[in-house]
Design a protein around this ligand. Structure first.
Ligand code: KIV
Ligand code: NA
Length: 266
């Protein structure tokens, strides 16, 4: 059992204390993030891009995710550990159970799935079998080829209504947490208020219950030389990586990150 659990996060939401989450892919950075005070570590399938050099998350395998989850587990010092189920590893219920089992047995406490209302059934069935789920909504990078690019989601009345309904449906199905990526700040604020479960944002404005960034992005590292609008380089003004990680946690807790310029309008 980690020191930080789903119940801890619910308590933070109720108190109005922001949740600081960061991706980690190895033991050393997992430990460094924990020492900086990070509440939640995410073994993201973003590793396909930042570690493996692919241009999307689609090539990441379940074996890759299990390998990095096991590494992060060894460096973890009390954070809640979430791992991504990779592309097409949860296309059928049977596959979903086997994939979730592999990541939980590698050391994950929670698995994250990308989707919308169709995730209700897998979420319900995983929860019944002892697997808490974080549902990733909005810009879901595994669907980049459906979206036709990495684009803001939930813009316009119809899309906003749909996203609100999806969030509520997934909470009712038993999701333990929600993650909103690249949605208008105002919509993310409404959704965070309308569900009881913790909502983590990335490119979703300051009003979600917590924030997450990709480790490499917040350390100012980029393979392409460009970084998304919602990223801040926390190495700026800091003497070393440990200080940058601590500055991130402090900025999330103080609600000084994200600033307005990091968010999207409706
Ligand atoms: O894979 C990842 O790092 C993620 C975050 C960007 C939320 O899913
Ligand atoms: Na991901």
């Amino acid at each position: 059992m980690p020191d930080t659990t789903i119940s801890t996060l619910l308590g933070l939401k109720q108190k109005g204390e922001k949740i600081a989450m960061l991706t980690a892919y190895d033991a050393t950075f997992a430990q460094a993030a924990c020492q900086a005070g990070v509440d939640v570590l995410l073994v993201g399938d973003s590793l396909g891009m930042v570690l493996q050099g692919h241009d999307s998350t689609l090539p990441v395998s379940l074996a890759d995710m299990a390998y990095h989850t096991a590494a992060v587990k060894r460096g973890n010092q009390g954070a809640l550990l979430i791992s991504d189920l990779p592309f097409m590893a949860y296309a059928t219920l049977e596959q979903t159970f086997a994939s979730a089992a592999a990541l939980m047995q590698a050391g994950a406490h929670v698995v994250k799935l990308e989707g919308a209302a169709w995730l209700a059934e897998p979420i319900r069935q995983l929860a019944e079998r002892g697997v808490p789920v974080c549902a990733h909504l909005g810009l879901t990078p595994q669907a980049v080829n459906v979206f036709g690019g990495y684009k803001v989601q939930g813009r316009g009345d119809a899309a906003a209504r749909q996203l609100r309904a999806d969030a509520i449906a997934l909470e009712q199905a038993g999701a333990a947490m929600l993650l909103l990526e690249c949605v208008p700040s105002e919509l993310a604020a409404e959704i965070s208020q309308s569900v009881k479960i913790p909502v983590i944002g990335i490119g979703a404005g300051p009003a979600t219950d917590g924030q997450v960034l990709v480790l490499h992005d917040m350390l100012g590292l980029s393979l392409t030389g460009r970084s998304p609008k919602f990223v801040k380089n926390f190495m700026e003004g800091q003497p070393n990586i440990q200080a940058a990680l601590a500055a991130y946690v402090q900025a999330v807790k103080a609600v000084s990150f994200p600033a307005e310029e990091h968010g999207f309008s409706a």
